[in-house]
Design a protein around this ligand. Structure first.
Ligand code: ADP
Length: 177
């Protein structure tokens, strides 16, 4: 029955600071799900900002709207039986809660990619922290804009402790349980 299919189709929501590892782990997770025969798509915050959300900036209001659109895309996919792996900073707890509520009856699995700011700063995969230091970027999450860590995520991945493949397996175990 359709109700059963939608209610079991999970939405994986990866939140964390820039450079935490959301895209890296999310991409690997999608590949792994595809290998298992499950259709999965990465909904990447950076990509959304290049098209669907290109009209949005980084004010609190725009960040709310950015996350709302990401969640809307994820819910559309989940309702078609596709597993969305959302990789978005999604800094506000309230927005993640709204996303969770909008997902119902799909299972919403919030995964906190928990990487300390100093580690993200050193990794700096997109050279954004460098641009923050030089003053070129303002209102940057974790530095000059808030990040509200999830209080009770379904899973917390400390990337200093887990290699990417280990992180993927931990998430998979939770999803496929
Ligand atoms: P985000 O999407 O959260 O902004 P990215 O995935 O783009 O972050 O970048 C994370 C960077 O950290 C990549 O260069 C990745 O190779 C590196 N990295 C090092 N160790 C890990 C790990 N255990 N998990 C995820 N990423 C890691």
């Amino acid at each position: 029955m359709p109700e059963q299919r939608t209610s079991s189709c999970p939405i994986l929501w990866l939140t964390g600071l820039s450079g935490a590892g959301k895209t890296t782990i999310g991409s690997a997770l999608v590949k792994r799900l595809l290998l298992l025969g499950l259709t999965s798509v990465l909904v990447d915050g950076d990509e959304l900002r290049q098209h669907l959300c290109q009209d949005l900036g980084f004010s609190a209001a725009d960040r709310h709207e950015n996350v709302r659109r990401g969640a809307a895309v994820a819910v559309l996919l989940a309702r078609q039986g596709i597993i969305p792996v959302v990789a978005m900073i999604s800094p506000y707890a309230e927005d993640r809660l709204t996303a969770r509520r909008s997902a119902f009856p799909c299972r919403f699995i919030e995964v906190y990619i928990d990487t300390p700011l100093e580690v993200c700063r050193i990794r700096d995969p997109k050279r954004l922290y460098q641009r923050v230091s030089s003053g070129e970027i303002t209102a940057f999450t974790g530095v000059s804009a808030p990040y509200e860590p999830p209080a009770e995520p379904e899973l917390r991945i400390k990337t200093e402790e887990y290699a990417v493949d280990v992180a993927v397996e931990r998430i998979l175990t939770l999803v496929l349980g």
